[in-house]
Each structure stands twice: as C-alpha cells, then as structure tokens.
Design a binder for this molecule. Structure first.
Ligand SMILES: Nc1ncnc2c1ncn2[C@@H]1O[C@H](COP(=O)(O)OP(=O)(O)OP(=O)(O)O)[C@@H](O)[C@H]1O
Length: 342
C-alpha cells in the first residue's frame, strides 16, 4: 500500500482581486508515494510544489480530491487526529528554520519535548541523532556558529528525532554550495537506507533529483506532467518541459546551434546513436561500423549513470561510401535509436 496517495487533488486559492480568476496552485494531481521511495518533485518557481507539500503534511486542506497517509484519508480528518498524522511526518527547509536562541542540542530535543518524552529518553535520543548526523561536538553551539551544511544536518536530526516515516525536504539544499549539497544528499540517502524513511524531495534542480531520487514527478502549472522511475524519465523524457530539465544535467542531442558548429568542424554525415541500458552494447555498434569500412569520430555527447544504469546519446561524424553507411545505420537502427542529424 502507498504511504501517501493523492487522487485527483486540486487546491485553488481565491483570486487576488474580485474580478480575477481563482489561482489553481495544484491541478488534478494523482500520485502514489510507496514506502522506501525517494520521490523527487521538480518544477520551476510557481509550479505548485510547495502547495503540494502543504497538502501532504495536512497544513492546508485540499479543495477537492483525496489524500491518504498510511491508508487513512486526510481530507475529512478532524484537527486533533491530523496533529497525530503530522507527528509521523518530518520536514526540512531551505532556510533550515532552526531556533536561533537554542543550542543545537536543544533544537533537536524540541520536538521530543513537545511529544512528551521523558528527560532520560530525550537525552538518549538527542545524543543518538547528533551522532548520526556527525555533530556530537557541536551540541552546545548555537546555529549562527554553524556552516549552512551543519545547520541542515541539525535540521535533519531534529526532523527525524521522533522517528517519522516520511521526511519532506522542501528545497533543502537550494541555499548550499555544490559540495555541501552533495554531503547533505549523501546524509539523506543514509536516512532512507538505514532508517527506511520515505523521502519527498522538492527541488528546482535536476542534479538533486539525479543524485538521490528513485522516482520523479515533473510539475508545471499545478499539474504533474510526467512521472515515473528516474531512469525512465531521464533517459527518455516524453514532455518538452521534462526534456528541458533533463537537458540541464544530461548532454544529449546537440542543439541546432551546436549542430551548426559541428557541421563546420567535421566532414561527413552526423548521426546520433541513443543507448539505453539493456539495448545493444556500444562495442557491437562500433564493430558494425568498422566492419563496413566506415570511418567515425565521436564529436558530441556522453554516457550517464543513473543508479547504476547507463544511458546516453553519442553523436558521430561518419565518413565512407554512402550505401555502406546507409546499410550499417539501418542494421544498427534495428537495435538502438539512430537519428541522422545532418
Ligand atoms: N496562500 C496562497 N494564496 C494565493 N495563491 C497562492 C498561495 N500559495 C501559493 N499560491 C499560488 O499558487 C501557485 C503555486 O505556488 P507554489 O508556491 O506552490 O509553487 P512552487 O512550485 O512551490 O514555487 P516556489 O518554488 O517559487 O515556491 C503560484 O501561482 C502561487 O502564487
């Protein structure tokens, strides 16, 4: 059973002025987040990601549709019960949202105090969490004495202290430099693997999805326009907006401008070969070209690795006798996608 299930969920806000139309922030979204998923939700600013998060952690009611958490319908639940559900959901933020007047130790202890844990239980748990995030030596520091990465590690320790089943990370690495981002993402991977916590990662950065997510939903104008396994969406995005996001991290097919440069620099025909894990091997394709007496040169592209599975687009300049090239490309085209681009 899905841990979080959204069926046809819509959230609209009243118009800013009386003559305007309502703002549909989330539009007929259906999504299943399974236990153990690291589910990435990507979209540009205004796509509806933060609204979706507020619906999942029941901070706001949906206008229509159904949302279940662990099989329980949230939409009709009384506030007292919703509070219980929220305890099962941890949250981390772009700006960390730590209490600046409390030490690191007290920040992590806070949700446990609210949940009514005893002093000795709290002591054990806070020490355990600080050790997990590698900040035992910072227990008595204040947030302002920490780097951004350390602050987010405190945020993670605090969010996980009460052992939630779901962690919502809303642009949690957007304020961090690339190296610190990778450290925090590595920590989130451990949270997922070692504690079995399901994670929803909201971001506008595709490399965050590439590093950590197992599934991804692309949002645009309040709608989920594409979703599925990260490998499938990265290796074969179906939608123009998804293609734009993918192209920020995957060097794929050359753009028209890049193609013009390639054409100037290289003689012969230019073809793009698209490889996908499970298709023909690169070696067999190159053997086919060589046996047909075709000269070839790799001029653009690369191979990507998504969770141990490879895919990529290799653009070649090929030279040789026209009919021989046609025959070889036709033979290769039976096994992988071949696009003659110039
Ligand atoms: N409380 C609100 N009242 C009115 N309109 C809202 C409210 N919250 C969000 N919206 C509108 O809903 C749309 C989606 O906003 P949302 O913040 O969910 O997008 P987002 O993808 O999270 O963008 P960002 O990354 O900039 O936060 C926007 O047009 C926004 O102006």
């Amino acid at each position: 059973m899905a841990l979080v299930s959204l069926t046809d969920v819509t959230k609209s806000y009243p118009p800013a002025d009386r003559s305007g139309a309502p703002v549909v922030a989330v539009d007929a979204v259906s999504l299943d987040i399974e236990p153990g998923d690291v589910y990435g939700i990507i979209g540009y600013s205004g796509a509806g990601k933060s609204t979706l998060v507020r619906l999942i952690n029941a901070l706001e009611p949906a206008t229509s549709g159904s949302i279940t958490f662990d099989g329980r319908e949230l939409t009709a639940m009384p506030e007292r019960e919703l509070r219980g559900v929220r305890l099962g959901i941890g949250m981390i933020f772009q700006q960390f949202n730590l209490f600046t007047s409390k030490t690191v130790w007290k920040n992590v202890a806070y949700p446990l105090t609210v949940a009514g844990w005893t002093k000795s239980e709290i002591r054990l748990r806070v020490d355990e969490m600080l050790e997990f995030v590698g900040l035992t030596d910072k227990a008595n520091s204040y947030p302002e004495q920490l780097s951004g990465g350390q602050k987010q590690r405190v945020g993670i320790a605090r969010a996980l202290a009460t052992s939630p089943r779901l962690l919502l990370a809303d642009e949690a690495t957007s304020a961090l430099d690339p190296e610190t981002t990778q450290e925090v993402l590595a920590l989130l991977k451990r949270v997922n693997r070692e504690f079995g916590v399901t994670i929803v990662v909201i971001t506008h950065e595709m490399d965050v999805i590439q590093s950590i997510a197992t599934k991804v939903a692309v949002m645009d104008g309040g709608r989920v326009i594409e979703n599925g396994d990260v490998f499938d969406v990265f290796s074969d995005p179906q939608n123009a907006s998804s293609q734009r996001f993918v192209s920020t991290v995957v060097k794929g097919v050359p753009s028209p401008a890049e193609l013009a440069v390639l054409r100037e620099r290289h003689e012969g025909r230019i073809v793009t070969l698209s490889f996908r894990d499970g298709d023909a091997s690169q070696a067999s394709v190159f053997v086919d070209l060589a046996t047909a007496g075709i000269e070839f040169e790799l001029v653009y592209g690369g191979i990507n690795d998504i969770q141990g599975r490879a895919f990529g687009h290799l653009t070649l300049a090929v030279r040789g006798e026209g009919a021989a090239i046609d025959a070889a490309l036709a033979k290769i085209g039976e096994r992988i996608d071949v696009t003659e681009v110039a």
